[in-house]
Ligand binder design. Structure first.
Ligand code: ADP
Length: 426
């Protein structure tokens, strides 16, 4: 038997009614839980196991009849009395409520003086029943079932319409990214060409420091723009499965070291150490060296961005055979031989719930408006494309990319490990 005061759940979308019932029933010693729609009503009922449920019928989304039928199908709630509260005063309402599984029926507007007594009656076992013989009840049941199926059909159609609209806007988004990046590429190339022509000018007599500084600023800005456009083009290729990898015999060590060299000074500025294990004696890969360097760059710049000053980044690798791994969040096992390269940091870490989402396009865990777009500053943000591109490239090589981290903690810094797995030819 339940302990403590009696819990009553009131499922009602109208806040004024909720307040009224809450006041009346609380004043006579009940605990009143509230739900403003059917789905949260089901959730609260399952969690809280109230002793009685008051159910408004005219609810948005799932109506009170449907919610009641669902609740009665949950074994732990099958015997919890559900009392319909409705302003509808049409013939057959009562029958419909009882057919849906309600144990009683209270008309709205609620009679404040009578409500505590009505509730007490249902709590002490009162149950209403449909009049009529078995056949009449069967007819009512069939009518109700037909109505439910009709409503289900309507919902499925509505979902199909919404899904079609979503697919359409997703296709528009992809088209926009593709067109915008193609269109932007040309003027950027033109600007870069002119900038190269201006390159010798700072040496000329009479050219001031301001000009040199401005030119330098423009170089950097254009480089950044070009990188963004390249990322957008890569996304278009990955989404359209047209990303080409130019395989050649290569050593992972060389790509890793080339990446580390480009980031060394940024790491030093932030007092971060980057340690790479010897990577000697590892077999050669048949892979696209430039593309792999892009992946390593994204992983290393993230490790730098999300590790506080003074932290450590380790890159280590080994050959593995028959490995257990996580592919798109699902554990799977691979029997082949792989080269595994791990980027490990002592940074802020990543909540397990986010381990898959961070590989989605444009996904960033924290508020984008709060950060700068630096590739190396602590917590500097980007477009949220880096990991999606990195995974796309690794998968185009037949490999895997995933993350392991105990969780997110800016103070304790549990760190993250990004695993790259590339197939070795046997
Ligand atoms: P961004 O351009 O925001 O860095 P990414 O796709 O590279 O986009 O990363 C997506 C998100 O994953 C980041 O916004 C960050 O929250 C999280 N993240 C990526 N790498 C790390 C890391 N090494 N440590 C902690 N969080 C990370």
């Amino acid at each position: 038997m339940s302990q403590g005061p009696t819990k009553i759940l009131y499922v009602e979308d109208n806040p004024v009614n909720r307040l009224l019932v809450q006041r009346v029933l609380t004043s006579v010693g009940y605990i009143v839980l509230e739900a403003e729609d059917g789905l949260s009503g089901i959730q609260i009922a399952e969690q809280e196991k109230p002793q009685l449920i008051l159910m408004d019928i005219m609810l948005p989304g799932m109506d009170g009849y449907q919610v009641t039928t669902r609740l009665k199908g949950i074994p732990e709630l099958a015997h919890t009395p559900i009392v319909a509260l409705t302003a509808k005063a049409m013939d057959g309402d009562r029958e419909q409520a009882l057919t849906a599984g309600c144990d009683g029926y209270i008309r709205k507007p609620i009679d404040v003086d009578r409500l505590p007594e009505q509730v007490a009656e249902f709590l002490s076992g009162k149950r209403e029943e449909i009049e009529g013989d078995v056949e009449e009840r069967l007819v009512l049941q069939q009518e109700y079932t037909r109505k439910l199926v009709g409503q289900l059909e309507e919902k499925v159609r509505e979902l199909q319409r919404v899904n079609a609209a979503l697919l359409h806007s997703d296709a528009l988004k992809s088209k926009f990214i593709s067109m915008a990046s193609h269109e932007l590429k040309t003027p950027i190339t033109v600007i870069q060409g002119y900038l190269m022509m201006l390159q010798d000018l700072p040496q000329a007599p009479g050219v001031g420091e301001t000009f040199k500084v401005s030119l330098d600023g423009i170089y950097k800005g254009v480089d950044r723009l070009k990188a963004i456009v390249e990322d957008m083009l890569d996304i278009t290729r990955i989404e359209g499965q047209t990303l080409r990898v130019h395989r050649e015999q290569m050593l992972a060590k060389e790509s890793v070291m080339a990446t580390v060299r480009t980031m060394e000074s940024a790491a030093r500025e932030r007092n971060l150490s980057i340690q790479v294990d010897t990577m000697e004696g590892l077999p050669a890969l048949r892979a696209d060296a430039k593309r792999l360097q892009q992946v390593f760059f994204n992983l290393l710049s993230n490790a730098i961005k999300y590790t506080p000053d003074g932290g450590e980044i380790k890159i280590w690798s080994k050959v593995t055979k028959g490995i257990e791994l996580k592919h798109h969040g699902r554990p799977t096992s691979e029997s082949g031989e792989f080269l595994q390269i791990v980027f490990e940091d002592t940074g802020i870490g990543i909540d397990p719930e986010e381990h898959e989402r961070i590989f989605e396009l444009f996904y960033e865990i924290r508020d984008v408006s709060l950060h700068s777009t630096s590739k190396t500053r602590f917590m500097g943000g980007g477009l949220g494309l880096g990991l999606a591109i990195a995974r796309g490239i690794i998968e185009a090589h037949g490999g895997f990319l995933w993350v392991e981290s105990e969780g997110y903690d800016r103070k304790q810094c549990p760190g993250s490990r990004f695993y790259v797995l590339l197939p070795l030819e046997t």
